[in-house]
Design a protein around this ligand. Structure first.
Ligand code: SAH
Length: 235
């Protein structure tokens, strides 16, 4: 039977070509990517590009990440189901919705009030009642709901914020893009050990908008990393 919703078809193709086609295999992640209606999280005039292999602007100088990056970061968190997860950088709310299909609770912090309010309303409307959006400086985490099994930061910082590491359970994973120079960023995964010896791995080079806050960049420090429509856009 022919699909009445053209977006469903595009979503299937996106998962096949961009996600499993590039080697991501976790069935829970593929299933979550298959379920979230990305078209609802992009601005109306960009809906036709909702399943394109790229980030898109969402206003306020911010972006919704490329689908593959959302899937890769989610897979890197190594979720089995039932976890308490913290996301820093709610943006559109899309990645939070993907996480909500796997985790028990998702706490998501956004510093721009307009984006936090918009994402909160949309996630409620779509029935994502296990996602809790809060407005604030996520570089300091969200101690109210800590400790977390996993933390994902969807903005790039100068280093892994000590406050975030402190809110991770022993054995918990933190995935975050970190600066490696003025124009280079790398996705890191930190696994917190029971003692002091954390394990840190490099996953891949990435490009994200800056994490602005007390344990991130100051607002003037990292302006060059913002979305550039002409060049390679930030994730
Ligand atoms: N996960 C998002 C992508 C977000 S882009 C999505 O799926 O759409 C990164 C977001 O991080 C932006 O919305 C930006 O405003 C936010 N951000 C930057 N610094 C922050 C901070 N210190 N605390 C919380 N959010 C921050």
């Amino acid at each position: 039977m022919k699909s009445v919703n053209p977006f469903m078809e595009r979503r299937h193709r996106m998962v096949r070509e961009q996600i499993s086609g590039r080697g991501l295999r976790d069935p829970k992640v593929l299933d979550a990517m298959q379920r979230v209606a990305r078209e609802a999280f992009v601005p109306e005039h960009l809906r036709d590009f909702a399943y394109a292999d790229q980030p898109l602007p969402i206003g306020e100088g911010q972006t919704i990440s490329q689908p593959y990056i959302v899937a890769a970061m989610t897979e890197a968190l190594g979720l089995k189901g039932g976890e308490n997860v913290l996301e820093i950088g709610t943006g559109s709310g899309y990645a939070a919705a993907v996480l909500a299909h796997i985790a028990r609770e998702v706490h998501s912090v956004e510093r721009i009030a307009e984006l936090a309010n918009r994402a909160r309303k949309l996630l409620q409307l779509l029935g994502y009642h296990t996602v809790h959006v809060v407005e604030g400086d996520g570089s300091l985490g969200w101690p109210e709901a800590a400790p977390y099994d996993a933390i994902v930061v969807t903005a790039e910082g100068p280093r892994i914020p000590p406050s975030l590491r402190a809110q991770l359970k022993p054995g918990g994973r933190l995935v975050m893009p970190v600066s490696e120079g003025p124009f280079e960023q790398v996705l890191l995964r930190l696994t917190r050990s029971a003692d002091d010896g954390d394990h840190v791995e490099k996953i891949c080079p990435v490009r994200f908008v800056p994490l602005i806050g007390a344990e991130g960049w100051s607002p003037t420090e990292r302006s060059h990393a913002e979305f550039s429509p002409a060049g390679q856009p930030s994730l």
